[in-house]
Design a protein around this ligand. Sequence first.
Ligand SMILES: Cc1cc2nc3c(=O)[nH]c(=O)nc-3n(C[C@H](O)[C@H](O)[C@H](O)COP(=O)(O)OP(=O)(O)OC[C@H]3O[C@@H](n4cnc5c(N)ncnc54)[C@H](O)[C@@H]3O)c2cc1C
Length: 424
Amino acid sequence: MSDLSFVPAIGVTPLTDRQRHLLSIAHELGRTKFAPRAHQWDDTATFPFVNYQDLREAGLLALCIPESQGGQGADYATYCMVAAELGRFCGATALTFNMHSCSTLWIGSLAEALTMDGDQRAEHERRRDRHFARVVERGQLYAQPFSEGSAAAAGRAPFGTTARRETRDGVSGWVIDGRKIWASLSGAADYYGILCTEAIDDASTHETKPLDMRDTLYIAVPATSEGLTIEGTWDPMGMRGTVSRNITFKDVFVPDEEQLLPRGLYYRAAQTWPHMFFTLSPTYLGVANAAYDFTVKYLRGEVEGEPPVKRRQYPTKQIAVAQMRIQLEAMRSMFWRTILEAKPNPSKDERLRLYAAHYTVMEGANDIARLALRTCGGQSMLKHLPLERLYRDSRCGSLMLPWTAELCMDRIGREALYEPGEKD
Ligand SMILES: Cc1cc2nc3c(=O)[nH]c(=O)nc-3n(C[C@H](O)[C@H](O)[C@H](O)COP(=O)(O)OP(=O)(O)OC[C@H]3O[C@@H](n4cnc5c(N)ncnc54)[C@H](O)[C@@H]3O)c2cc1C
């Protein structure tokens, strides 16, 4: 049993002391600071720098960095719980926190579970420790701009952004060229952890070989790099505080030390550790909780600053709340089971459940927000209340690659009916 003074967004579950402690910090920060400020980032489509200062001071920027290296030592499941709790109070903060925290999770505990030879592991650990130190000692932020508007972020084509080996001024590294769209934390991150494809010349023709997904590289590009430009306007429907603008890389030189994973490892990680892509869903479980919590308060006539009008006595509203609660409980259960099952090479059953859980959380968040608006009624959608923002934010989850709602369905259907290698 959880002995927290609140019911966490993931529901009441058995928790470790560390999980209780971290959830309490996240809940308190969210309740007292992030929720009251959330409308501000949404109104102005600006980045919540002040929330990040709070996260920094609370030690949460280093959430997924081991304690031995100055972090909070959260494992995958703990990260998911804490992120859901933040999402309950400010979806945009939780979503960008995902990009940052997962940068450390992927190069930390996820990479630990991947096979590397001795030299590769030693080199990775040296580089990883440098990235960790930037977060722990300087509170620096990492973004994850992968999307390019092609099938690459869907995992079906190589990334068009390329990295070519080069030595400049005696330093060996990579020259990056390309363009990313939807770069959350643009203008706020200190490092942009991009996925790109190694451009390799064919020795016989001296032409670049066709790009290959197996040559995907994961590299941190410093925000101050010459040739890196953030561009485009930012005026989306939801998750406006993520400030996800476009970034172009033109002849950007990055030393080898900035590699986040060794060559070839990202591709292997994506194949063997599919739960790594589920980390977008905690934010939306949080948003779903927020819509539910608001509805209960509103129908009871208990929303601060609003007339104490009770609406709970109508059976249709009770039914809507029941529907929301049933859906929320289903989401929490699937979420909980899924985060506990995260590991390399999950079974087919676990993999199908993973896609199903992702779909259920992403689509369920929007369903709950939709029902919340319908049953709370006209006044509840006024902009001084959070519900219309939750509704807009909730719509974004299932648009996010690699696992849009459509792609989850696609994978479940195909993988349920075909064993690897089977064709018709
Ligand atoms: C609030 C928000 C924040 C985001 N932040 C980030 C971020 O920090 N980093 C990041 O990398 N991305 C981010 N994204 C982008 C997100 O992950 C997706 O990449 C983006 O929403 C895709 O938009 P699109 O119009 O290119 O998608 P789509 O056009 O739907 O997909 C792009 C391509 O994928 C393939 N594809 C899509 N659907 C299917 C299908 N059903 N079957 C087969 N192929 C398909 C197609 O080739 C298609 O052209 C964010 C998105 C949102 C909404």
